[in-house]
Ligand binder design. Structure first.
Ligand code: PYC
Length: 309
């Protein structure tokens, strides 16, 4: 299996460019189902320990169904499959540019949740126009054992998010272990109290927000991802969910800029336009850098050949 590794604002993406499973030529949603049902070991082999870690998002490069698309992609992590991934789409386009497969300009990318547009602005800078994002429920109260009540919004940005304005601790790198613990408790409480996204979908990403002290961003976030790791980037789909909530509250106008800073200090420049279904079409600009090219080796006698999952 050949992979190219990149990071977007510190968050890793591993693109499988050769040696992935043959998923046929159905829609990307159908291929994702087949991947999960029959070929899940390719996911664990490529992103789980000992070859990788919870922080990494894997991206299986696929032939698109729609000929106007430059590529198709299925994103996944150590826990499951993702609908879309903002930092991953930025990493994917920078990877395709590194391989000489795309040039500066707009490219359509097929994902299991729809087509997104990614524009290569320079070798390392990409603007992604995400799928239509929306707030599903406002001011949802959940009781967290030993901590009390937390109020947040449920929103879709290509994945399901619970967005909490405020945090149990200041959003600093030193507090990452406690923030991880606290956000996991929120995730568990949502599950136990039956709070879901649309059609009973599990909410598997939790976000805390605070206003940064310095003026170089509108907001700083901490994002818990499904595998239990925190997002080093400001999270493209999470920021899309945030834009949907800001728009629904009348706090951000179409075209108005919103700079989202991550817990490690990386930034996405964003804005939105109004979507056809009344949600928002987010535009997310970020930077990715290639940090490795590898051929993964799977020795027959290796007891952890398929990864520790
Ligand atoms: O950037 O959308 C994102 C993302 C999802 C999970 C990790 N990063």
């Amino acid at each position: 299996m050949r992979v190219i590794d990149s990071h977007t604002g510190g968050e890793p993406t591993r693109v499988i460019i050769e040696g992935g499973p043959d998923l046929g030529c159905g829609s990307l949603a159908e291929r994702r189902t087949l991947f999960a049902e029959k070929f899940d070991h390719y996911r664990t082999m490529s992103v789980c320990e000992p070859r990788c870690s919870d922080a990494t998002v894997g991206a299986l490069l696929c032939e698109p169904v729609d000929p106007t698309c430059s590529a198709g992609v299925i994103f996944f992590n150590t826990a499951d499959y993702l609908g879309m991934c903002g930092h991953g789409a930025i990493g994917l386009l920078v990877t395709l540019a590194y391989l000489g497969k795309v040039g500066v300009g707009k490219h359509r990318i097929e994902t299991p949740v729809g087509i997104v547009t990614a524009e290569l602005l320079s070798a390392n800078t990409v603007r992604v126009e995400n799928v239509e994002s929306y707030r599903y429920r406002r001011n949802v109260k959940v009781n967290i054992p030993e901590s009390g009540e937390v109020t947040g919004d449920v929103a879709w940005g290509g994945n399901w998010f619970f967005l909490v304005d405020g945090a149990p601790l200041p959003l600093t790198v030193e507090n990452i272990p406690e923030l991880t613990y606290a956000s996991n408790k929120v995730r568990r409480a949502l599950l136990e109290s039956g709070v879901t996204g649309k059609d009973g979908a599990e909410i598997d990403h939790i976000e805390f927000f605070e206003k940064p002290a310095e003026g170089c961003a509108d907001s700083r976030n901490f994002v818990l991802c499904p595998g239990g790791a925190y997002d080093r980037s400001p999270c493209g789909t999470g920021t899309s969910a945030k834009l949907a909530c800001l728009a629904a509250d009348g706090k951000l106008a179409p075209g108005q800029s919103w700079v989202q800073k991550s817990i490690v200090g990386s930034r996405f420049k964003t804005s939105y336009r109004v979507g056809e279904a009344g949600g928002v079409i987010p535009s997310i600009t970020g930077e990715a850098y290639i940090c490795g090219e590898a051929q993964l080796v799977f020795q027959t006698d290796d007891p952890f050949r398929l990864g520790i999952s």
